[in-house]
Design a protein around this ligand. Structure first.
Ligand code: NDP
Length: 244
C-alpha cells in the first residue's frame, strides 16, 4: 500500500518540488495550498501525468479548524496519513529591522510559520500512522542572524524547537521529526522584493556560488522520509551549499 503525504504550501516553490518528488517516489500526495488553486491543480496534473497519485486541498494552515478539516479530508480519501511536510511559510515583503516591524506583520509571520506548524503537528500526534515521518521547513537565517530578518528568523527558530521536542514526545511511535533549514533558494518567496544585484550577491555567498533550487531541498526531504533516512530524528539539517 502506498504511503500518504500531506505537503503544506505545495502549489509552488519548494513545496511543489517536494510534492512532485514524493509523487515520483510512489507516495500519494496531498497538495495543500492557500490562495492559488490553478497552481495547485497544475502540480497535481504534473504528478498524475508522471504516473503518481495526488489531489489538491485548500486550507489556511494558520487556522486550526481548517487544518483539522484538511486531515479529515485526507483520511477519508486515502485512509490514513504517514508523512507530514510542514513547508508553507511566508517572509516579510522587504527586509525590515525589528524596530520598524509593526504588530500586523509580526502576527502574520508567526501565525503562518509557527502557529501553522504547531496546528499540523498537534493533529499529527494523534493522527499520523506509526512509522511515519515529519519534516518541518526552517531557514538558515536562524544561524546567519541576518539584519532585516529578525521576526522571520524567530518564527523559524520556534519551528526548530518544536521539532526537537516533538521528536521526543513521539517516543515509541517510530515517527521521525526533523527540520530542514534551506539557504537562499530560487523561489518567489526569495526573489520578491529584491533587486537583481541583491539576488546576485546572495547567490555568491555559499562556497558553491549559486542559489539553491527547490529540487536541492526536495532531494533531502525524499531521503528523510525514506526507509534509509529513518535513523535521523530530532535534527535540523542545514541544506544550503555551505553558506553557514
Ligand atoms: P513560496 O512563496 O514560493 O511558496 C509558498 C507556499 O506556501 C505557496 O504554496 C503558498 O500557497 C503556501 N502558503 C502560504 N501561506 C499559506 C497558508 N497560510 N496556508 C497554506 N499554505 C500557505 O515559498 P518557498 O517555496 O520559497 O518557501 C517554502 C518554505 O521554505 C517556507 O517555509 C520558507 O520559509 C522556507 N524557506 C525558503 C527559502 C528560500 O530561499 N526560498 C529559504 C529558507 C527557508 P499559495 O500558492 O496558494 O499562496
Amino acid at each position: 500500500m502506498s504511503k500518504v503525504a500531506i505537503v503544506t504550501g505545495a502549489s509552488r516553490g519548494i513545496g511543489a518540488a517536494i510534492a512532485k518528488r514524493l509523487g515520483a517516489d510512489g507516495i500519494s500526495v496531498v497538495v495543500n495550498y492557500a490562495s492559488r488553486p490553478a497552481d495547485a491543480e497544475q502540480v497535481v496534473r504534473d504528478i498524475t501525468a508522471a504516473g503518481g497519485r495526488a489531489y489538491a486541498v485548500l486550507a489556511d494552515i494558520s487556522d486550526s479548524v481548517a487544518v483539522e478539516a484538511l486531515f479529515d479530508q485526507v483520511e477519508l480519501a486515502y485512509g490514513g496519513i504517514d508523512i507530514l511536510i510542514n513547508n508553507a511559510g511566508i517572509i516579510q515583503p522587504d527586509m525590515v529591522n525589528l524596530a520598524d516591524t509593526d504588530d500586523a506583520l509580526y502576527q502574520r509571520i508567526f501565525a503562518i510559520n509557527t502557529k501553522g506548524t504547531f496546528n499540523t503537528l498537534r493533529l499529527a500526534a494523534r493522527r499520523l500512522r506509526d512509522g511515519g515521518r515529519i519534516v518541518n521547513l526552517s531557514s538558515c537565517v536562524v544561524a546567519l542572524a541576518l539584519p532585516g530578518y529578525s521576526v522571520y528568523a524567530a518564527s523559524k527558530a520556534a519551528v526548530e524547537s518544536l521539532t526537537g521536542i516533538f521528536a521526543k514526545e513521539l517516543r515509541g511511535r517510530n515517527i521521525s521529526v526533523n527540520a530542514i533549514a534551506p539557504g537562499p533558494t530560487a523561489t518567489e518567496l526569495f526573489v520578491s522584493g529584491k533587486t537583481a544585484q541583491m539576488i546576485d550577491e546572495l547567490a555568491k555567498q555559499p562556497p558553491m556560488e549559486r542559489l539553491g533550487t527547490p529540487q536541492d531541498i526536495a532531494n533531502v526531504v525524499a531521503f528523510l522520509v525514506s526507509e534509509e533516512g529513518g535513523w535521523i530524528n530530532g535534527q535540523t539539517l542545514r541544506v544550503n551549499g555551505g553558506i553557514v
